[in-house]
Design a protein around this ligand. Sequence first.
Ligand code: 5GP
Length: 179
Amino acid sequence: MKEVTVHDKVFELYISAEKIQARVDEIGKAISEEFRGRNPLFVSILNGSFVFTADIMRACEMDCEVSFVKLSSYQGTETTGKIKTLIGLDSNIAGREVIILEDIVDTGNTLTHFLEILDTYDPKSVTLVSLLTKPEVLKDRVKVDQIGFEIPNKFVVGYGLDYDGLARNLKDIYQLKGG
Ligand code: 5GP
């Protein structure tokens, strides 16, 4: 089994680049069939979603636009654990069909908070797409419309996902070994 060491931890191959690409192509096709002729706006949540976003956009055969947003959990120098600010969203959301692109939905807290903020910008519709979800943790807190892979509650890296800043550049997805 292929393994990588990131900082102090060992990860093993979990989803190959080929499998990811095949699933991304399927999702891109489904989105294209649903949204063709409607010029949806992809809203990609940074940092982790940048790789998924690039691949999803190229798997879509229709007019579409993209915007990147970043959620910051800091206010001043204090970490509150609560998401406080949103960078990058502007008024061009109003009346648009928005497709949110997430790398992974874990507890759903990030997405729930983001959806509340997004709502104040008055989108016409909101569709949620996440490459990964952890159903054991998420339960039915948020309904994700398109899911790439449902995975167990184990930490993963690669394909945009990091462990303390590293491993975003790995082509495959790796799962923490053991733990
Ligand atoms: P949530 O708010 O849904 O609990 O967490 C969402 C965020 O937590 C993701 O966007 C991601 O940044 C981080 N996260 C959750 N699970 C994992 C994981 O297994 N690996 C990595 N690299 N990040 C994760």
